[in-house]
Write a protein that binds this ligand. Sequence first.
Ligand code: C2E
Ligand code: CA
Ligand code: CA
Length: 725
Amino acid sequence: MTSGAGGGNVINAFKAKILAVDDEQRLLEAYSLLLSDAGYKVLTALGGAPAIALLKQHAFDVMLLDWSMPELGGHQVMEFVQNSGIDITIVVISGHTSVDGVAQALRLGAYDYIRKPFAPEEVTTTVANAVKHRRLEKENKAFQNRINESDKLHRYIVNSSPDIVYMLDQKGNFTFLNDRVEKLLGYSKQELMGRHYTYIVEAEDLHLAKFVFNERRADDRSAMNVELRLKCKEGAGKACYLNSTSLYIELTAMGVYSRPDQYGNQRFIGTYGTARDITERKEAEEVINFQAYHDLLTRLPNRALFKDRLGLAISHAKRNQQMLAVIFLDLDRFKVVNDTLGHAMGDRLLQIAGQRLQRCLREEDTLSRFGGDEFTLLLDNVSGSADVVVVVEKIHKELQQPFVFGGNEVFVGASIGVALYPDAGATLETLIKNADTAMYHVKGQGKNGYQFYSEEMEAGVHSRLTMERDLRKALENKQFEVYFQPQVSANSGEVVGMEALVRWNHPDRGIIFPDEFIPLAEETGLIIDIGSWVLDAACAELGTWRMQGYTNIKLGVNFSPYQVDHPGLVPTVLAILKKYNLPGESLEVEITESAIMKNMEVVIKKLRELSYYGIKIAIDDFGTGYSSLSYLQKFPINTLKIDRCFINEIKQGDSNRCIVNAIIYMGKGLGLNLIAEGVETKSQLDYLKDLGCAEIQGFIYGKAQPPHLLLSQLQSSRYAKMIAQ
Ligand code: C2E
Ligand code: CA
Ligand code: CA
């Protein structure tokens, strides 16, 4: 028999298991035959007790259950099913004429019923319906489960996001916030729901917030990464333990629109976006920017800030026809103190000298540490040289006083040069240069005193002219040499690179260091030819090392901003690499931040070109210029070379260590290679290793040396031994 199982195919595909229960063996056989024919798997039970036994052992989809059976009736079987939580669809077969039995069965959860006597089709159709119903119910449940799961998953993702996720209505009131907001700002979600966003934006940043939170664009142009501050709940949130009241975040926003209606129109319903906590990055930037304009030892403005202020003061003085004074001051016996009492004492001396100088000045004057033991002062709005003399004599007297270190009195003294605007120069550079010249005059005449600049002092220029003349001939007379300083892997102790450092072997004066002639070479334009020569000579050397098997060594070469600016940069570099058959990857070009800042658009193009050929780019003296993450991200930079001055600070207690930490933290965040320069002591090395700085350069592994000395060093694998110690 096959009739009656309407929609048979679908149902047969779902091979349902049926349990037929009756106290008449005859009927059981009929069910079995009928239903097996329709494609079901059928088991039978003769009475309530065997039915329960089977239900305990097997899982069924549908049970055909005779309602009235002796001993255990259908009613008890259904109770058993309910109590044991068995999932089964029940069709009751009732012999009763009364509706009571059927009604009771349906109340107990039966799906349908059949009345005896019945036609065979009635059985198959009812079972088919029950099976179909069951299948749909199951699918429904599974679907519902899936929805619940995915809803849960989305909630989970949104709530465990490290960022705040928010949504605003058209008016700017919060309609959604994830759990993160509580941790970061200290407000509960309930406190903020329905509130306007201005409630949590720092007053000074409201103008920024307005642009972002009113974002209606939903495409690529929508607001990205706007930095602003959010207010925290008093005494709560992350800011609380940072001792602040607001939190720096980076905000994104995009417009949210309703589904298109039948005319394809969409309605703006609000703004959606995220807010990311960027406190750590901000702090790192602040620390780095502070030291870009300050000397870390004395906490005084540095050379860059001094020049900034002087530039402003000059334009101001020009407008108002006022005078100002630039004072250049050099401590006389600093070097002696430093060499005999040690660097720690030298540093202390500089700090105290800074404090004494500060005491001689007015609020509006600028005192800066210009470098080494040199200080510069800017006296704004002076009425004449008499004014300046008063200050300078006071300073002179202050520095004449002995400095006391551990019971020792140290006498230092100072040479002071003064240049007055406008008489002794109209520009920043001339004023500084002339104050410097005046100071040198004092030194030349036995030190310790002061002088005002006058044109007669220009006799000293003579020596500069001589130097320029000599420098012009140096290339042609083959007086330059390239020395190399190893760069060592902090982990393995292997030499991984060499930095080329130029030396001028002067016929009369012997070896002259680059700090003394590079500035002049730059001023005169000779740097272009000298630079090409250095690159050529260094590459030639790298070629010989590679031939001896040192193929993993990278070569660092310094490029002055003038070289970077020069149109011949890229072709020159490529031609020299080709000449010695070197891969681009073996060369790392070292440039300073100032080279980048000079002419950003052009430089970026050149660096990308070099980078295209595999050539690496390192930022030299990193941390001493404009350190901004945003520019770093724009350039194809591989390496940051942490400036020597920060490494120097490592020995002096903790306050300044955070700068090295900040730089390393930043560099790592950007995926850059880090080289620490000027590492001299084991404690510096250990500290840097701990922070995870990858490469080390400095006297601890050796000074710059001429190549013939270096090769033997490489061969004797001195570096490998150092690590083994
Ligand atoms: P730089 O690129 O920062 O080079 C590192 C300088 O630090 C080198 O001085 C090196 O000898 C010195 N140094 C290395 N390790 C230590 C250490 O542990 N302690 C101390 N106190 N100093 C260390 P150098 O050779 O006198 O070079 C000075 C600067 O001259 C260089 O600074 C670089 O800016 C410039 N320079 C050198 N060679 C060239 C060149 O071929 N072309 C250009 N354009 N500039 C060059
Ligand atoms: Ca360098
Ligand atoms: Ca450097």
